[in-house]
Ligand binder design. Structure first.
Ligand SMILES: Nc1ncnc2c1ncn2[C@@H]1O[C@H](COP(=O)(O)OP(=O)(O)OP(=O)(O)O)[C@@H](O)[C@H]1O
Ligand SMILES: [Mg+2]
Length: 348
């Protein structure tokens, strides 16, 4: 009997390195918003993790809850109209949902950084790019203005801004769109974050600059071991740079998998729909075309599978009870009661 116990014990320690590798762990996150229809649940029991040096794509149609999930990680959901309705966000052993505003300000831009779609809204037009980067560094790390400016030059060089020692004195409007996005990335990397959260970082950029920015993100994660949560509509981008993908629909995670196998054969009809709307794997213009039907309103979710009114494979059992997210392979989860019966199509 005691021998049995002894043989069971060591298996716990073998799971530890894997856990330690996960820098960010979103665990059962739920977020509500106040609406004319009462509290609407827009993020429902969402769980996923991002490991060191890993790029995880968060995809789904408009309104699926990607940005609200990202803002929750940063503690930036406004309350009201928002409210945290459940779950935890573990970062480096600490629960971000339990932190005070002051503690979150110390984490944001320092240990967790973010870039958004439109860099002009994040860079202050009244200050030089260098001053803004130096200020971020000094706020989190202290040090002199000179040391802050030196760091600004370093990170501008790192993101491929030519003549960084001169350009550090430029104002945002003196940069082109692609350069501004690089400057934003430089600012977000200045404190060597453990996690970078990028919400549609390349959508507004032309294809060539998009490619450069994606390449840059790829090299950064290798260089400093940073984990990246890449929120995007673009499955072409996911195929190209992500290690794993988390698919959201109507506030829920509906499928989650390493990238390669899900593109070959998804296990959830919604993912099949997204993939079939994609012109070509690897094409950066692969924005999501429409799946017939509309996403449900958060205050009017259908019973059973939330996708069932739009799903071509719906059977009566799809409309009953909440559908669990179940393991279907290594690191692979699907929320579909027919997942084992269906032979779904991957990307063409
Ligand atoms: N401030 C707010 N007040 C009320 N509802 C909100 C607010 N912000 C977001 N929502 C709702 O939360 C849901 C999820 O929105 P979210 O912005 O996260 O979607 P998304 O997946 O990022 O979409 P997109 O691809 O268009 O950026 C939507 O139904 C949206 O209407
Ligand atoms: Mg969004």
């Amino acid at each position: 009997m005691r021998d049995d116990v002894a043989t069971v014990e060591p298996s716990r320690s073998t799971s530890l390195p894997e856990d330690a590798d996960r820098i960010l762990q979103v665990d059962g996150l739920s977020v509500d918003f106040a609406t004319d229809h009462g509290w609407a649940n827009v993020v429902s029991d969402v769980s996923f993790s991002v490991g060191q040096g890993e790029i995880v794509g968060l995809v789904g149609e408009s309104g699926s809850g990607k940005t609200v999930t990202g803002l929750s990680i940063l503690g930036l959901v406004q309350r009201p109209p928002g409210r945290h309705a459940g779950g935890h966000i573990w970062f480096d052993g600490r629960d971000l949902t339990a932190m005070s505003d002051k503690e979150m300000r110390d984490v944001r831009g320092n240990e967790i950084s973010m870039i958004f779609q439109e860099p002009m809204t994040s860079l202050n037009p009244a200050f030089t790019v260098g001053d803004q980067i130096a200020e971020t560094v000094r706020r989190h790390r202290g040090g002199s203005r000179k040391a802050g400016m030196q760091r600004a030059v370093e990170v501008l060089e790192l993101v491929g801004i030519p003549n960084a020692t001169q350009r550090v004195r430029s104002y945002p409007h003196e940069f082109s769109g692609g350069m501004r996005q690089r400057a934003m990335i430089a600012m977000s990397l200045a404190c060597e974050p453990k996690i970078l959260l990028a919400d549609e970082p390349t959508t507004a950029l032309d294809v060539t600059i998009q490619a450069q920015i994606l390449e840059l993100l790829g090299s950064m994660r290798e260089g400093i071991g940073m984990g990246v949560l890449l929120i995007t509509h673009d499955l072409g981008v996911v195929a190209e740079v992500c290690d794993r993908v988390v698919v959201m629909y109507a506030g829920q995670v509906v499928e989650q998998s390493p990238v390669a196998p899900i593109f070959e054969r998804p296990r959830m009809p919604y993912t099949e729909g997204l993939l079939s709307a994609m012109p070509q794997v690897g094409a950066r213009s692969g924005r999501l075309a429409s799946i017939p039907g509309r996403t449900p309103e958060p205050w009017n979710m259908p019973p059973g599978c939330r996708f069932h009114p739009r799903c071509p494979y719906t059977e009566p059992k799809c409309t009953e009870g909440p559908i669990p997210l179940e393991p279907v392979g290594a690191g692979w989860l699907s929320r579909c009661v027919r997942t084992h019966e269906l032979e779904l199509n991957g990307a063409k």
